[in-house]
Design a binder for this molecule. Structure first.
Ligand code: KIV
Ligand code: ZN
Length: 513
């Protein structure tokens, strides 16, 4: 590898694998494909599409992504188990550039308490697995899980051995988010100093954020020679999540002066990618989230505003446009025509078919009748609800709620269940409780309500309410979202959306391998 190749950092996105496996972030296969298409547009080098042996649903969605996405490499995760590697290969073999990603724990803590295996056994299994995968492809990645709590010399032995057996990428996971930045960078430096064939592979970083230092650790690893970063959009992932893609990419770009790296990411698609994920999963990012939070480019203090008016550089280290946040995200109103909407959607990064634009336009007109200004966030909610939502088992048709300080909260609901119209009415502790009780009765469903939250999509008293509902059934958590100018209607929509999501995931659960 030449010096100039070494300045390039490869971005490996694991939103669809490490991210999707965390509670509440489950996606169905159409949603995963839609998100993978956006990752392709963003310029991701490697998409980790899933863990195909987890269930038939996971296998099929990895396969679908492998068939449809052509530019990025498509990786799939497998344990160091030969039949599992065979199945994993089946899921990605039609990709333009498939990668098998094998993992096996290497720390004594995991060996003793989880695997109940010796270091020699694990070393041999790692080599056998890599050798087996190399019979399918030369693009093989190996991850010694819990690397940061592994004896350093044993880690060097494993890394050297898997490279000797054909691994072309070696990933060093901080699985439990335990390492500190200097320590993590030191570990990568140690590998470069002590593994004689280290330059035959790309070294990768994979840092979890349990102590809030995932980005610092990732950058520290890069400084010591790693050239692949594993990360996830909005920082989602196991527990406190993974290093966030947008943060690592923007740190590399904004501080290129001292870091000296470049990526292939088209940063102007970052914001849209982040929004797409929150739309699909129903889980928003906190307002102060770096890069993609609602306040990331909002300047509230008078002194800051004064400085910005005089010269942007006073308080702005990167422009909102660099990440695709348009400065004027307003404003479409009831006089805006179809052409303006089409143009605006395309500026927002949506290339929709004529039929899809018709659907969005019809809903836009309805909304513009009740709301003076329609914002990008409103359009995104419409697109999610009306364009990309799969035909649902449950559909809300009618909702009437009576409540007040002298009324017993009562809801009447009419719904379609598998095309059949049904209705019922009931009381509740409050109007939301009454609505949910009736929906539960009509759908004959049984699940636990984990979370209910209301937010306003935009400012103003006429803002659409966006409701997030998290349900749990059979150990699967799903998040439903609904948007409407009426918060009660938004609540009912969110609840019904969550039920539909549970339905689509149940199909996968039944087909678990
Ligand atoms: O955190 C971790 O160790 C992982 C591996 C499977 C790469 O996600
Ligand atoms: Zn991980």
């Amino acid at each position: 590898m030449t010096k100039s190749d070494r300045e390039r950092v490869f971005i490996f996105d694991t939103t669809l694998r490490d991210g999707e496996q965390s509670p509440g972030f489950s996606m169905n296969s159409d949603e995963k494909l839609r998100f993978a298409l956006q990752l392709e547009k963003l310029g991701i080098d490697i998409i980790e599409a899933g863990f195909p042996v987890a269930s038939e649903g996971d296998f099929e969605s990895v396969q679908q992504i492998a068939r449809k996405i052509r530019k990025p490499q498509i990786a799939a995760l497998a344990r160091a188990d030969l039949p599992e590697i065979d199945q994993t290969w089946e899921s990605i073999k039609e990709a333009a550039n498939p990668r098998i990603h094998i993992f096996l724990s290497s720390s004594d803590i995991h060996l003793k308490h989880q695997l109940k295996k010796t270091r020699d056994q694990v070393l041999k299994e790692a080599c056998d697995a890599v050798k087996h995968a190399c019979a399918y492809t030369t693009n093989v990645e190996f991850s010694p899980m819990d690397a940061t709590r592994t004896d350093m010399d044993y880690l060097c032995d494993i890394v050297e051995a898997v490279i000797a057996h054909g691994a072309t990428t070696v990933n060093i996971p901080d699985t439990v988010g335990y390492a500190m930045p200097d320590e993590y960078g030191g570990l990568i430096a140690y590998l470069f100093a002590n593994v004689k064939n280290i330059n035959d592979a790309i070294v990768s970083v994979h840092c979890h954020n349990d102590l809030g230092v995932a980005i610092a650790n990732s950058l520290s690893g890069l400084k010591q020679g790693a050239r692949q970063v594993e990360c996830a959009v909005n920082g989602i992932g196991e527990r406190a999540g993974n290093a966030s893609l947008e943060e690592v990419v923007m740190a590399l770009k904004t501080r290129k002066d001292i870091l000296g790296f470049q990526t292939n990411i088209k940063t102007e698609h970052i914001y849209h990618t982040s929004r797409l994920l929150t739309d699909i999963t129903g889980i928003p990012v906190q307002p102060n989230k770096a890069i993609v939070g609602a306040n990331a480019f909002a300047h509230e203090s008078g002194i800051h505003q004064d400085g910005l008016i005089k010269k942007k550089i006073t308080y702005e280290i990167m422009t909102p446009q660099t990440v695709g946040v348009s400065e004027t995200n307003i404003v479409l109103g009831k006089h805006s025509g179809r052409h303006a909407i089409k143009e605006h959607l395309s500026n927002m990064g949506y290339n929709l078919t004529n039929d899809e634009i018709d659907k969005v336009f019809a809903r836009f007109k309805e909304l513009a009748d009740v709301k003076k200004e329609v914002f990008d966030e409103d359009l995104e909610a419409i697109i999610s609800d009306d364009v990309f939502r799969k035909p649902d088992k449950y559909k809300l048709i009618y909702l009437n709620v009576v409540s007040g300080n002298a009324a017993i909260p009562t809801a009447t609901v009419r719904m379609e269940v598998d095309g059949e119209t049904m209705q019922a009415a009931d009381f509740g502790v409050g109007p939301i409780d009454a609505t949910f009780t009736v929906i539960k009765t009509i759908t004959k469903t049984n699940h636990k309500l984990l979370k209910y939250a209301v937010n306003a999509i935009t400012g103003g008293a006429d803002a659409q309410g966006v409701v997030t509902v998290q349900l749990q059934y059979d150990n699967r958590d799903v998040t439903g979202r609904g948007a409407d100018p009426d918060v009660l209607v938004a609540s009912a929509k969110a609840y019904v959306n969550a039920l539909n999501r549970l339905e689509s995931l149940k199909v996968y659960n039944h087909k678990k391998r």
